[in-house]
Design a protein around this ligand. Structure first.
Ligand SMILES: [Zn+2]
Length: 326
């Protein structure tokens, strides 16, 4: 811990890459998905899901949307759950210009609510701030979608084709956001250090990031979920407690803000930048690609990308087939 504080203080860790998961949000009261008894999957037993992951399956949603609608109502960001000390620590990293990027697997939107700028944030599994139809894929009015799910507890319907609409949370079989691939390729060679926080590293391709980097890695987690290489650090235990200790070593105050402030902030920032705007923001940090020698990482990423493209092609072919049938 002291060693990490030292690296941050003496400027050796000034481009910090962060990979985080559910463990950074348990302090906010968001139940882990898989814990028996208290996990979200268990609480959804009343919906008789054929298998727990069906809740994030598009075909299942098309047939029986109630389970996901119920989950979305519970999780909708900015209503019940507030950012944790870990989220505010990440915000300070951003404020101090030490944050290269956060790759989060969480869909709770707490990074955004903590005020982390969206150009520093990649929500690998999507978020609730935009939404689209699962059939015609046209974007929907997300304020209306939120109202339908949270207040009316109904499934939102597409105004164009009457299909079901869902927030842009990435379901199984759906592609990760384009920004994930394009930014990760740039960020991997630039990182001075990787913080892996509160994740069981079970879901690919995000789980592959620790193997892609050449820099040292710090694991904040209850369990040792990755091989600790020479120079790596393992800070075992609850994320928030360790982050609080680290912040105190650095002399940083982890301010917790009231939810009302966050809600105002979210409104002030607008619902979401559109994709074109995000692309422009992402382009701004082009250049400084780092010196070669990163072929392996790039190759890994390209593999993921190729697989993604294949899937897109398949989808495209399917659409064409469907169109010709119709
Ligand atoms: Zn539609």
């Amino acid at each position: 811990m002291e060693e990490l504080a030292e690296l941050i203080q003496n400027g050796q860790a000034k481009r910090i890459l962060v990979l985080c998961g559910a463990g950074i949000s348990t302090g906010a009261g968001i139940p882990d998905f898989r814990s028996p008894g208290t996990g979200l999957y268990d609480n959804l037993s009343k919906y008789n899901l054929p298998y727990p992951e069906a809740i994030f399956d598009v075909d299942y949603y098309r047939k029986k949307p109630d389970a996901f609608v119920s989950l979305a109502k519970e999780l909708w960001p900015g209503i019940v759950f507030k950012p944790t000390p870990t989220h505010y620590f990440l915000k300070i990293l951003a404020d101090k210009g030490l944050l290269l990027r956060i790759y989060t697997q969480n869909i709770d939107g707490l990074e955004f609510l903590a005020g982390i700028p969206d150009d520093k944030l990649v929500e690998c599994h999507g978020h609730f701030r935009t939404s689209a139809c699962i059939d015609c894929h046209k974007a929907s009015d997300t304020e209306r979608v939120k109202e339908t799910i949270v207040q009316e507890m109904e499934t939102p319907i597409c105004i164009y084709c009457r299909g079901y609409v869902k927030p842009d949370v990435v379901f199984f079989g759906e592609n990760l956001p384009d920004r994930f691939h394009s930014l990760l390729k740039k960020d991997i060679p630039k990182a001075d250090i990787l913080l892996v926080m509160g994740t069981s590293l079970q879901v690919a391709p995000v789980s592959l990031i620790p193997d892609m980097v050449r820099c040292n890695r710090v694991l904040f987690n209850r369990d040792k979920v990755m091989t600790i290489r020479p120079g790596d650090m393992f800070l075992q235990g609850d994320c928030d407690s360790n982050v609080e200790k680290l912040a105190s070593l650095l002399g940083w105050a982890l301010q917790t803000e009231e939810l009302n402030d966050n809600e105002e902030r979210e409104e002030g920032r607008g619902v979401e930048r559109n994709q074109e705007e995000m692309k422009n923001i992402d382009k701004e940090d082009d250049g400084n690609e780092g010196e070669g020698g990163k072929e392996t990482e790039v190759a890994n990423l390209e593999k993921i990308h190729i697989e993604t493209n294949k899937q897109e092609e398949t989808n495209e072919n399917q659409k064409q087939e469907d169109a010709s049938k119709g």
